[in-house]
Design a protein. Structure first.
Length: 168
């Protein structure tokens, strides 16, 4: 079985929404309309891992100069700034029966590499306490409890900062 990583297109909207509904409770899940806005404004910041045309995992998020993920970013795609310093990550989704096979890690490594190539300062995400250890494996640092009230749960601010290329 051959797995492929690619950027999303608007035609992926239904499949992406279906994966999201399997991965997050309704209060935390992005709406189909939110995904449509994201795919329209920043499809190149939407990475899919698929097998034989079936989306198994995806990561998405806008780019901004903000170094903290704010709740308004989830719904307002117009806040995207293509030349921004920070790649936000709104969701790391893998269909439940395909978890614990390294699919999200494969995608995360591509997202990190792309952000470096694009000259970003790093990546930012929020996660629940039980996922902190997972993101630390990629170099993310726990910056403490987030101000986010998304979905009515407690989130932690996580940031991966790239080393500066400037010689002192």
């Amino acid at each position: 079985m051959i797995m492929k990583i690619r950027h999303a297109v608007l035609e992926d909207l239904d499949a992406i929404s279906a994966v999201e509904s399997k991965c997050f409770p309704a209060a935390e899940a992005a709406s189909k309309e939110d995904f449509k806005k994201r795919l329209t404004v920043y499809p190149n910041h939407f990475w899919l891992l698929e097998e034989e045309g079936m989306i198994l995992s995806f990561i998405n998020g806008m780019v901004t100069d903000e170094m903290i993920l704010k709740d308004e970013m989830y719904e307002n795609a117009s806040l995207h700034k293509e030349n921004g310093n920070w790649q936000m990550i709104f969701g790391v989704n893998t269909i439940p029966q395909y978890r614990k096979q390294g699919l999200a890690a494969q995608l995360m490594n591509v997202v990190i590499a792309d952000a470096k190539k694009q000259g970003r300062k790093g990546l930012v995400l929020t996660c629940k306490a039980e996922r902190i250890h997972y993101y630390k494996k990629f170099g993310f640092q726990n910056k403490g409890i987030s101000k986010s009230t998304h979905g009515g749960v407690i989130w932690y601010d996580m940031r991966l900062e790239f080393a500066s290329n400037i010689l002192n």
